[in-house]
Design a protein around this ligand. Structure first.
Ligand SMILES: Cc1ncc(COP(=O)(O)O)c(C=O)c1O
Length: 459
């Protein structure tokens, strides 16, 4: 076992927890491209966004310049129920791999919703309550975001309507029950309860749904019901802002022991945990103060960064949402029903897309059987049963540590362990029974949905 001068778990005190979120965009020379109104092709104004999102969240969405935004005291107090989250030194994994690399992971699964999603859910619910709204609508893929939002809404006594991707609704009945226990209503998407849902069902009968479909339905319900707004658990700038609490805590914990990471790894669905984890490190990189290798990991079944196109696209399948410039597989792309539901989004955060486009980070894609191999290896030595999404980051962290074993380099690797996999046992069962398969889209599949990208004049 390596010299254990660093504790297994590095915790911060309540006093050391961040008091402000860090807005990564403030340090970007090339700002992320603005959201466009699909009707006019012009950047969306605060007035146009306010029927969809809460006012303060619109302000955060559009703010590319303020470096730090204070975390309201009510949110900081809520954070204290489950934060600071531990930064764990993976001594047991290092020993098992026989690597000289030093591996750390930031564990966000230590709350009832089981993932990092609560960090933004509580902020979004707070601003909705502050604005005097009745409730919010949202989509959920794997169910983590819906669970987190239902917890946050019940805390602030807000109504919560969740459209859950049909495949997850069927595969994860227990997650649905957690949401209902917290008072949310949960509808499988696409559904017959919205105009856009009926249209998608008519065009794709028997579809298992996608995040893009569920977003369309949730936006429709929010805009048609007075006193409701739509909230989104990833992709948007405001969500990356709230998730910066992950990176700020990670950096503060590492700084306590004078540790500087060489490689930072996170899974990427819409980009919120990765954007949050890397925020302060990327800030240093952008300001020329430090350098880090930053790796986004996505599923080979939904490879937005590695095989997508950098273009304006709809964030939803029904094509009713604003246009975002991002790495995308096309909003009509419906990925195969793989087991990392939270990574099945056709697009990517426009902040991360711009950074990737400018060469500040790398991306790689991995197949789900190799992801579950890594999950199993990790669970057996580190004790935590990881979420399939998080296990994408584990896969690449292990691969990087094994490269160090070959070269003898003592690199420091930090990865985001975004959540636990207790509701993903159907997936683990498939893996244990040797029934898990990998589905990778063909170039033709991707070209077909890319051909349907909206025609937008370049900003
Ligand atoms: C546990 C977990 N990790 C990661 C993700 C990916 O989302 P994001 O890229 O926004 O962090 C999800 C999304 O549902 C998730 O539930």
């Amino acid at each position: 076992m390596a010299d254990q001068t660093i504790p297994y778990k590095i915790y911060l005190t309540e006093e050391e927890m961040p008091k402000a979120w860090y807005n990564l965009r403030s340090d970007m020379k090339n700002k992320p491209a603005p959201l466009l109104n699909p009707g006019t092709g012009k950047p969306l104004t605060a007035e146009e966004l306010s029927p969809i999102f809460c006012e303060e969240l619109v302000a955060q969405e559009l703010d590319d310049t303020t470096p730090f935004i204070e975390i309201p005291e009510e949110i900081r107090n809520f954070y204290k129920m489950y934060r600071p989250s531990p930064l764990v030194r993976a001594y047991c994994l290092e020993q098992k791999l026989g690597t000289p690399a030093k591996i750390y992971y930031k564990f966000e699964g230590n709350n009832t919703s089981g993932s990092h999603k609560l960090n933004s859910a509580i902020a979004q619910a707070y601003y909705a309550k502050k604005q005097g709204l009745k409730g919010v609508t949202t989509e959920t893929g794997a169910g983590q975001w819906g669970t987190a939002l239902s917890m946050a809404c019940s805390y602030f006594d807000l109504d919560c309507k969740v459209f859950m991707v049909k495949v997850s609704y069927e595969q994860k009945p227990f997650r649905r029950e957690v949401m209902r226990t917290y008072g949310a209503s949960v509808v499988p998407s696409p559904s017959e309860t919205t105009e856009v849902g009926k249209k998608i069902l008519a065009e794709h009968p028997g579809t298992t749904g996608s995040l893009g479909c569920a977003i369309s339905e949730a936006v429709e319900v929010a805009t048609k019901n007075p006193g409701y707004r739509y909230v989104l658990g990833s992709v948007l700038n405001q969500v990356l802002l709230h998730q910066s609490v992950i990176g700020l805590e990670t950096k503060a914990a590492l700084d306590k022991y004078g540790i500087k990471p060489d490689i930072i790894i996170g899974c990427a669905g819409g980009g919120s945990n990765l954007g949050g984890l890397i925020a302060p490190f990327m800030g240093e990189k952008l300001r020329g103060e430090a350098d880090y290798r930053i790796i986004a990991v996505e599923p080979a079944s939904c490879p937005s960064f590695t095989r997508g196109t950098y273009a304006y696209d709809f964030c939803d399948t029904g094509m009713i949402c604003p246009l975002a410039k991002m790495y995308t597989l096309g909003s009509s792309f419906i990925p195969s029903a793989n087991h990392a539901g939270g990574l099945r989004f056709h697009g990517m955060s426009s902040t991360l897309s711009q950074l990737y486009h400018d060469g500040y980070m790398e991306a790689t894609s991995v197949e789900q059987t190799s992801v579950f191999e890594a999950a199993e290896q990790f669970a057996r030595v580190e004790g935590i049963l990881p979420a399939p999404e998080s296990s994408h980051a584990i896969r690449v962290a292990i691969d990087e540590a094994l490269k160090c074993k070959e070269t003898g380099e003592e690199k420091t690797i930090v990865f985001g362990l975004t959540g636990t996999g207790y509701f993903d046992l159907v997936a683990y069962q498939k893996y244990n029974d040797g029934e898990m398969t990998d589905t990778i889209p063909t170039d033709e599949d991707i070209a077909a949905s890319i051909a349907k990208l909206p025609k937008v004049p370049e900003a």
